[in-house]
Design a protein around this ligand. Sequence first.
Ligand SMILES: Nc1ncnc2c1ncn2[C@@H]1O[C@H](COP(=O)(O)OP(=O)(O)OP(=O)(O)O)[C@@H](O)[C@H]1O
Ligand SMILES: [Mg+2]
Length: 335
Amino acid sequence: MVAIIEVNNLEKVFNGTIRAVDGVTFQVEEGEIFGFLGPNGAGKTTTISILTTLLKPTAGSATVMGLDVVKDANKVRKVIGLVPQELTVDDDLTGRENMMLQSILYNVPKKEAIERIEELIGLVKLEDAADRMVKTYSGGMRKRLELAEGLIHRPHVLFLDEPTLGLDVQTRAVMWDHIKNLKQKHNMTVFMTTHYLEEADSLCDRIGLIDYGKIMALDTPTTLKRSLGGDVLQIEVDGERDFIAVIQGVQGVVEIKREGPEYRVKVIKGETAMPLVLKALADNGGTVTSVSLERPNMDQVFLEYTGRSLRDAEQSGSMSKSQARAAAIQARRRQ
Ligand SMILES: Nc1ncnc2c1ncn2[C@@H]1O[C@H](COP(=O)(O)OP(=O)(O)OP(=O)(O)O)[C@@H](O)[C@H]1O
Ligand SMILES: [Mg+2]
């Protein structure tokens, strides 16, 4: 495995007091979708801004494809694409015109640009809207246009800052498909940020949980969830008899709590343990009246590592400018 992005003890302090990024170290491997998951103000955009050469770090270092983001900033810019959190497309141009403008900014020769624009418009499925003014686009269409723009110079590494912010669930899923496609077809390395738990879980190969400028945990979604100590079976057994000893004897059972007829059984792997536990109960005369399987989700993971739930952190934090804007776009669409 080759590290495409290497970050060492990165720090960014604003105005001498705000530690937006507070000693962050991580690597992103080639072809990986790597995500930063964290609430408003966690330091996600600041990190992306440093990695994409828009901001200089206060301390520490970072390289992209072996190029230093401070010393080799111009070279870094050529190999990366950025889809920023704030929408940058021009409302009074068509989608195609916006892309042409972007290709000029990146010095893509005209003939090549025309071909690539066609290909990218197809990739993000904007064929029918390409010649319409962007002000007539929905929020999801704008985001897809932004994605296409970030790809115009064929970057090796793509930075996506909140790629699905403010999009509805269906449009979000379409965006995930586009991102997965880029990885599969072009072996593109993707660094993205999100504060959507489900997005980090289903899209990212590895996730860094970021809170107050620090990485609190970093691993694959599966490993992070497993680290919480497995799945939980909720079982209700008829009658007064105690079945703790019976359940305890089953392979894969880690812990049991009983409250009256209800048993909370922590197991290594729910799907393997459930039939074994049910069989043990049946063999010992227990009548099961209900059973359910609870798997750890990313919110529980976030809570475990940061001491607060991401959903609560989001609600208590004020809405960022871009989130307010995304909410406004959504509200407009609903009218
Ligand atoms: N230019 C700046 N000057 C001063 N403070 C800043 C600046 N940019 C960011 N900050 C502060 O740094 C912290 C991290 O901000 P950042 O934008 O990186 O968070 P984020 O994780 O991207 O949040 P969001 O989910 O809202 O986009 C916040 O406290 C923010 O107020
Ligand atoms: Mg941000």
